[in-house]
Design a binder for this molecule. Sequence first.
Ligand code: DGL
Length: 271
Amino acid sequence: MDTRPIGVFDSGLGGLTVLRELARIMPEEDLVYFGDTGRLPYGNRSKDILVKYAQQDMTFLRTFDPKAIVVACGTVSTTALDVLQEENDIPVFGVVESAAQAAAHVTRNGRVGLVATRTSISSGAYERALEALYPGAAITARACPLLVPLVENGRFQPGDIVAETMVSEYLAPVKAAGVDTLILGCTHYPLMKPLMGAYMGPDVTLVDVGEQCARWVKKQLEWNGLRNERPGAGKHRYYVSDSTEDFSAQASIFLGEDVSGEVEQIDITAY
Ligand code: DGL
């Protein structure tokens, strides 16, 4: 039993899709979220900058004495996770491994699609993880840089002509490759599940990396005796590096609940 909080960080709002899953399956855990809203997006940054930002995000979260940290950001998970794991003496979880496990388990034909940010795609992290679990699996990967701003502007519902056009343009080559599994490798894409699912059709299974990661974190905490078994609902605290009003206004899109009054701004460059 360990009642310390779990730290979660992302470049901004998107990681709330991961926090939502963590809170759903482990409601009693205290969660501390940091969104680097002053420096987003991370999705097209170089490895050096990402490592530096992620190190600062980790240092900030470690001031809360967390028992584990979840790297909700797909881009940091694909690019800087090894560095963060090496530098920290607590468990640091990313989203790649558990998503690759789910994809390897689900695929029948070994053809897997991947959509994510530019930096995530160019890292090759999913290819490496999947090859280790399913040798010979073929990944068809597509960077989708325009989907993040679309989601942040609330344009992700089926019937939204702009969102549908973008999704079909990005996913056309993935669909043409005959994949039976599609990894949604970016924090924002779970909100586009209905739209992407409709485009890919009922025979393609969508892997939500946040959902898989949350299940993996829960199992790991259980195996290591780190779960909080105290009855009652855990506390959730939110920190950002830009305006709290903007974050609170948009957070409800990702979380489906109001967080205003629970968000604080910090200077991440001080860490
Ligand atoms: N959180 C990022 C990711 O999952 C997407 C947003 C960004 O580019 O910062 O890769």
